[in-house]
Ligand binder design. Structure first.
Ligand SMILES: [Zn+2]
Ligand SMILES: [Zn+2]
Length: 237
């Protein structure tokens, strides 16, 4: 068995676990609840404090840039991750299927926001920590973190819009690049190892340099691991 066949086998094993064991779907639901619940709690707690409109604008702007960059980096790391055997293996394998089938099931946007927040495992401990420390952090930092978490979840919606919805408002926001532009994002699927950012893609010039330096790309690597996979896998989307 060559290296590719070994990887394909462990990919299929991981996907079998993901499909058969209820644990993985339940785990994602719990992460969704923590992430979205945490954001709601932050909104309730933080908006009791006064902060000037200008500071809100600055805080939102910083969070916007950070969310685009950080989520792009996580996407880059995940797309190039082939460790299918460990605890996170089934999540990694199912993540790769967004290249195989970049189509989503159409559903209400709030439900997409909730469901897709379940894939952001890294965010749950950060939100818990922020909520625990919220009285010790400055108001400005707390708001910036709150915006960062919300925009990180919203980035998933921005990606969803690229693959599903066509509407006047969405198309306009894509055109002026407030959200992810379709043409810009299409390059991620057509080309290799580029355009990982998915809030609006502004940090891609920087992420593309990092990706080129550290990874050889997904087209001839992780994208080949699902070539012999025949399961459903994407039923979650
Ligand atoms: Zn990708
Ligand atoms: Zn996509």
């Amino acid at each position: 068995m060559n290296q590719l066949e070994i990887k394909q086998l462990s990919f299929n094993k991981a996907m079998l676990l993901y499909e058969e064991k209820k644990f993985y779907k339940t785990f994602s639901k719990i992460i969704s609840i923590i992430n979205v619940g945490g954001q709601i709690l932050m909104i309730i707690f933080l908006f009791k404090n006064n902060m000037s409109f200008l500071k809100h604008l600055l805080s939102f702007g910083i969070a916007y840039i950070l969310a685009d960059f950080w989520n792009g980096l996580v996407h880059m790391y995940m797309d190039n991750n082939d460790k299918y055997d460990g605890f996170f293996g089934p999540f990694i394998a199912s993540f790769h299927l967004h290249h195989k089938t970049p189509l989503y099931k159409k559903k209400p946007v709030l439900l997409v926001y909730f469901d897709e927040s379940g894939s952001k495992i890294w965010m749950a401990p950060l939100e818990i920590l922020t909520l625990l420390l919220v009285t010790k952090l400055s108001i400005f930092l707390s708001f910036t973190l709150m915006y960062f978490f919300i925009l990180s979840s919203f980035a998933e919606l921005s990606h969803y819009f690229c693959h599903t919805i066509d509407g006047k408002i969405v198309n306009f926001m894509q055109k002026i690049k407030i959200i992810l532009n379709k043409k810009h994002h299409a390059k991620h699927h057509v080309c290799d190892n580029i355009n990982y950012a998915f809030l609006n893609g502004m940090s891609d010039p920087l992420i593309n340099i990092i990706a080129k330096r550290f990874y050889k790309g997904y087209k001839n690597d992780t994208d080949k691991h699902y070539e012999v996979y025949v399961g459903k896998g994407t039923e979650n989307r």
